[in-house]
Design a protein around this ligand. Structure first.
Ligand SMILES: Nc1ncnc2c1ncn2[C@@H]1O[C@H](COP(=O)(O)OP(=O)(O)OP(=O)(O)O)[C@@H](O)[C@H]1O
Ligand SMILES: [Mg+2]
Length: 313
């Protein structure tokens, strides 16, 4: 079943097309990423999906229900939205914020307590709930706001840049939470401008730029199709570089020089490296260092748009 179907969605602000005929589908149980730089239209798209904004034209279906003019009340019970700017009350404690959110869903006390306990086993907020939110760090607020967006066990979770403000360890912990939620049957749509996050966390990714989806697919497929080729960089002592070059050419590899290294383009570099090392050793050339560079979603973005995917805070 499809969790989401977006068809020709367009949003115009002051005669500029912030979303330009965006179409895509998300299957139930998928982790789907929107990857794009500042201003690509990610938040606008997510706000339309969440029912906060109306599009200028186009259609959205959530679990096969019309999510634009249809019954949002029904749909809102099925979705959880975590906005880019966390929407918690600074003057309330974490617990009070969560209680308030639960009251909006008319959740009774015992359901709230058992759901919170369950979510606390996934997301560590133990020492945070008694503190006023205004006194917490960005990453701590983010954890509470994620709980706030899933306290009602939504089937579709929409997270706008959920890992901004988290340090790399906390970001990886968060990925584990997302995987667990998916294993429990949720569908997750999240935006990010971190390419590793899109690559490692998401089953499929839509790469957005200037209001358009420029490519969509599994990270592996996108990298294979639009990324640079994998490269092996071989570094030796400078005086041995010519010998290394001769050896590699002698066994049929095309090398190019880049600064003080030899570069070979190769589809399966990790399989080839041991062979190259043994061939070079046979000729008495010991490499100092070997580096494998695989294609990234950054290359994909650059190759498709001509612009770098600048990582921004
Ligand atoms: N209320 C608004 N009125 C006019 N223009 C807007 C409005 N909201 C967003 N925009 C414009 O729409 C474009 C897309 O903005 P959006 O916030 O959707 O991008 P984004 O991909 O979420 O960027 P970021 O990575 O910075 O969060 C931007 O050029 C922005 O200036
Ligand atoms: Mg945004």
């Amino acid at each position: 079943m499809l969790a989401l179907e977006v068809d020709s969605l367009t949003k115009i602000y002051d005669s500029s097309k912030v979303l330009d005929s965006v179409s895509f589908k998300v299957n139930e149980g998928e982790i789907f990423g929107l990857l794009g730089p500042n201003g690509a239209g990610k938040t606008t798209l997510m706000e339309i999906l969440s029912g906060i904004r109306d599009p200028t034209s186009g259609a959205v279906k959530i679990f096969d229900m019309n999510a634009i003019k249809g019954n949002r009340k029904e749909i809102n019970k099925l979705i959880g939205f975590n906005p880019q700017e966390t929407m918690l009350y600074d003057d309330l404690t974490g617990m009070e914020n969560l209680e308030f959110i639960a009251s909006l869903y008319h959740m009774d006390r015992s359901t709230f307590k058992s759901r919170l306990e369950d979510l606390m086993s996934l997301i560590d907020v133990k020492n945070l709930l008694k503190k006023r939110v205004g006194k917490l760090s960005g990453g701590q607020k983010r954890r509470i706001s994620i709980i706030a967006s899933i306290i009602h066990s939504p089937k579709l979770l929409i997270l706008d840049e959920p890992t901004v403000g988290l340090d790399p360890d906390a970001r990886r912990d968060f990925w584990k939470v997302i995987w667990k939620l998916r294993d429990r049957g949720s569908t997750i749509i999240l935006s990010t401008h971190y390419m590793e996050e899109a690559d490692e966390l998401c089953d499929r990714v839509a790469i957005m730029e200037s209001g358009r989806i420029v490519a969509i697919g599994k990270p592996e497929d996108l990298k294979r199709k639009y990324g640079d080729k994998s490269k092996i960089f071989i570094y030796t002592k400078l005086k041995l570089l010519d010998d290394a070059d001769l050896t590699l050419r002698g066994i049929g590899y095309k090398t190019t020089r880049m600064a003080d290294s030899l570069v070979i383009e190769e589809d399966s570099p990790s399989e080839l490296v041991p062979y190259l090392i043994s061939e070079m050793s046979r000729k008495g050339v010991q490499p100092e260092r070997i580096e494998i560079r695989n294609p990234t979603l950054e290359d994909v973005f650059l190759n498709l748009t001509g612009k770098p995917l600048v990582e921004v805070i």
